[in-house]
Design a protein around this ligand. Structure first.
Ligand code: AMP
Length: 461
């Protein structure tokens, strides 16, 4: 304090230099006290929603026999460029790419599939019985313009299935996504589906789009005109209003589908009817990444009151990707769910969040010896599977009891100097207020019985 005063005095005599320094310190503090734009903390208050989402993902992954895989957040940049495509919006505008100190060009993953496919090939998973099913959860990074529900660091749950061509798989992934949303209580959802066809169909479709957009070149912003020939799907996928209007009359993938693609899509639709999910055939849906073939889909939540729609996830087939990255020809299908969006949607509809198990016992300690012994009792109860709360850092009886009642426990154990010496503990039933002294070596069975009775009492009440 005194020092500060002295410094302030100096301020008046140094011609504003200290002011500048202070400004710099303030700026420095601001930088230190916030994460980079588009990135954020997920605080304990929000974690019950995230936990619910993670639990649902794990449950569904187990129900369909997926194995978990974790791949690095950072991969060589060329892996992403070769898989998602160099001319895609994600590759050109949204990747966090940089050179390492060793001069390797790397990038933060903008999605999970490329890394998972790299791992599949590298670890020879092609010898495993097919289909091989891999599942991952983790952060992904896109240098996008942040707004509500759109971040630069966000989380995806990702499911990939390798080695099966049958369209029943396409329907099964929809069934999985649908089950997941049902577990989370998200009901008002529509699956937008389409087919971009085999690679040959896709080339024909691309040509048709190039012809169409060339005719309408004047309506296309200069920044996207190069894409007319290079990647016309990107113009179709653009969210710009004028381009959406242009897309309405654009040729659709259906016009270019070969017989194989048509049969695949028709069967997929038959299976969707069997599933009874709500779906729409969106003939302009192509999805932003180059590796898609055949079926593509997007999962959209609808807010009927505001007419707004939120994309919760999407995916499709990528039957050529593994071969194009150096693996043996292997058909594949996958989808990713945006976990941040699932959480937002759950909050919007007041869905049930995860409820952590509540502690049933609280230990109060009232002397130095009792505090020491409490550590052993806590460990004993933990081992017996009895969730226990405490406040060992406090010595005061009232404040400990207040914490016990806030924790909503059924039983409080109180140990003073006398009990610590006698190797006993006072067991207080919170509901009735009755208490008895029990020996520490019989504590676990006595507690178990009392807790069982406590459940019955609570039910009757
Ligand atoms: P995509 O790989 O672009 O199809 O994205 C799959 C899902 O990830 C989307 O449906 C969103 O739920 C979510 N997602 C995509 N981009 C973002 C973002 N910038 N911020 C938050 N979630 C996103």
């Amino acid at each position: 304090m005194v020092k500060n005063k002295k410094e302030n005095k100096k301020t008046q005599t140094d011609g504003g230099r200290t002011k500048t320094v202070k400004k710099e310190v303030k700026l420095e503090q601001q930088l230190v006290l916030q994460p980079p734009r588009g990135m954020r903390d997920i605080l304990p208050g929000d974690q019950p929603y995230w936990q619910q989402v993670r639990n649902a993902l794990t449950k569904v992954s187990q129900e369909w026999g997926f194995g978990r895989i974790d791949t690095p957040i950072v991969e060589f940049e060329r892996l992403f460029l070769r898989s998602i495509g160099e001319t895609t919006e994600v590759a050109q505008k949204e990747m966090y790419s940089f050179a390492t100190r060793g001069n390797d060009r790397v990038a933060l993953r903008p999605e999970h599939t490329a890394g998972t496919v790299r791992a599949y090939i590298q670890h020879g998973m092609n010898v495993l019985p097919k289909p091989v099913k891999l599942f991952s959860i983790g952060p992904v990074y896109r240098y996008d313009r942040p707004q509500e529900g759109r971040y630069r660091e966000f989380y995806q749950g990702n499911f990939d299935i390798y080695g099966e061509m049958d369209p029943i798989l396409d329907a099964q992934v929809i069934q999985m996504a649908s089950r997941l949303l049902a577990i989370l209580g998200i009901k008002d959802v529509v699956f937008r589906v389409n087919s971009v066809g085999t690679p040959a169909s896709r080339i024909a479709y691309k040509r048709a789009l190039t012809r169409y957009f060339t005719k309408h070149k004047k309506s296309i912003p200069a920044s996207l005109q190069e894409m007319i020939t290079v990647n016309p799907f990107r113009i179709l996928d653009a969210k710009d209003e004028a381009l959406c209007a242009l897309a309405v009359d654009a040729p659709t993938s259906l016009d270019s589908l070969d017989d194989e693609s048509r049969t695949h899509f028709d069967k997929f639709i038959t299976y969707l009817d069997e599933l009874g999910v709500v779906y729409e055939h969106d003939v302009n849906l192509v999805r932003g990444l180059d590796y898609y073939t055949q079926t593509v889909f997007e999962i959209v939540a609808r807010d009927t009151s505001s007419q707004r729609q939120y994309s919760l996830g999407g995916g499709g087939r990528y039957d050529n990707l593994i071969e194009s990255l150096g693996g043996e020809p292997t058909p594949a299908i996958g989808f990713g769910l945006g976990l941040d969006r699932l959480v937002l949607e759950m909050k919007r509809i007041n869905a049930q969040a995860y409820e952590a198990p509540r502690p049933r016992v609280f230990i109060v300690q009232l002397s130095e010896l009792a505090k020491k012994k409490s550590l052993t009792i806590f460990a004993q109860l933990q081992k017996a599977g009895i969730l226990t709360a405490e406040s060992f850092g406090r010595g005061n009886l009232t404040s400990q009891l207040r914490k016990a009642s806030r924790a909503g426990v059924d039983i409080t154990l109180i140990m003073g100097q006398k009990e610590a010496l006698d190797e006993t503990v006072i067991m207080k039933r919170m509901l009735s207020g009755t208490q008895e002294t029990v020996s520490q070596d019989k504590l676990v069975p006595i507690l178990r019985k009392a807790l069982k009775e406590s459940i019955v009492v609570k039910k009757i009440k």
